[in-house]
Design a protein around this ligand. Structure first.
Ligand code: ATP
Length: 301
């Protein structure tokens, strides 16, 4: 079931047209990513869906409600990650959670969230004294305090070290597994690849692709490649060209390049083993979400 439906969303700031017909839907229980270069219109899109900005055209339904007119009813069911400037430096961690819990009729127990997000020993610390990572985790805890059905998270792991990012990813998967739908705005390809069930790539105010991360990579014209050196004479074209997923086999002296799509690497390596073909320097060059992004937008993040 779609929990968010956005159809032909349009928005201009004065003469600047920022959204030119954005459409997508988010299914209940998924982690949905919004990926795009700077200025593509991601924040504008998400803030229209959250009811924080007013669109010029198109329709938005969140849990069947229009955020522009049913904001009050939606606020109970939607969690939004705050931006860094929105808490005073002097507020204590527990006070922030207690304050935000008071806005909701069925809030989560904030002590539980403190434990879950590794902030229990920072309960009495002032916001201004927290590290970047601790602030980030507090913002996520605040987005979840109202027991939302949908959570919007923007730049989830900015400022976190590699281990803290991995921990955050695991926690976000748990949030999804507990039934909360997550909309994630991100600049990080690895994060999107690891977390998102589906991704909308936004560029110049339009959705230029919408698929699973693997589907976006498979849609590339350029295929994955396997390269290896033959250690004894054999005919790799006869052996490999007809395997499922293989597009082309090129041989230059003893060096072989096999290009293909999907999981063709398993078929190729199994076939080599079955025919006792010994190879060396085997390398697999997989296309990545980064490649797909560059192909779709002409830019790298
Ligand atoms: N309130 C505003 N008034 C005028 N222009 C704005 C306003 N908010 C955003 N813009 C402009 O609209 C365009 C899209 O901005 P938006 O913040 O939606 O993009 P974004 O994809 O989220 O970018 P980033 O990744 O840099 O956050 C940009 O050119 C931005 O300068």
């Amino acid at each position: 079931m779609a929990i968010i439906e956005v159809t032909d969303l349009r928005k201009s700031y004065g003469q600047l047209s920022v959204l030119e017909g954005v459409s997508f839907s988010v299914a209940e229980g998924e982690i949905f990513g919004i990926l795009g270069p700077n200025g593509a219109g991601k924040t504008t899109t998400v803030e229209c869906v959250e009811g924080l900005r007013k669109p010029d055209g198109g329709t938005i339904r969140v849990l069947g409600l229009d955020p522009a007119t049913d904001g009050r009813a939606l606020r109970e069911q939607v969690g939004v990650q705050l931006q860094h400037t929105q808490l005073p430096d002097t507020i204590k961690v527990w006070e922030a959670l207690d304050l935000y819990a008071a806005f909701y009729s069925r809030p989560r127990d904030w002590r539980e969230l403190l434990e879950q997000w590794g902030l229990a020993d920072k309960r009495n610390a002032r916001f201004g004294k927290l590290s970047g990572g601790q602030k980030q985790r507090l913002f996520i805890a605040l987005a979840l305090i109202g027991n939302p059905r949908v959570a919007f998270l923007d730049e989830l792991t900015t400022g976190l070290d590699p281990q803290a990012r991995r921990t955050t990813w695991e926690l976000i998967k748990q949030v999804r597994d507990s039934g909360v739908t997550v909309v994630l705005v991100s600049h990080f390809m690895d994060e999107v690849e690891e977390l998102c069930d589906r991704v909308a790539v936004v560029d110049r105010g339009r959705v230029v692709a919408l698929d699973t991360p693997a589907g976006l990579v498979d849609g590339l014209d350029a295929a994955h490649e396997i390269r290896f050196t033959l250690m004894a004479a054999c005919d790799p074209v006869a052996l490999l060209a007809d395997l499922p997923g293989v597009a082309e086999v090129t041989v230059t002296a003893d060096r072989v390049v096999v290009s293909g799509r999907g999981d063709f690497a398993t078929a190729v390596t199994a076939q080599l083993a079955r025919h006792h073909v010994l190879v060396s320097d085997l390398r697999i060059d997989k296309r990545t979400l980064d490649d797909a992004f560059v192909a779709l937008t002409g830019r790298s993040l």
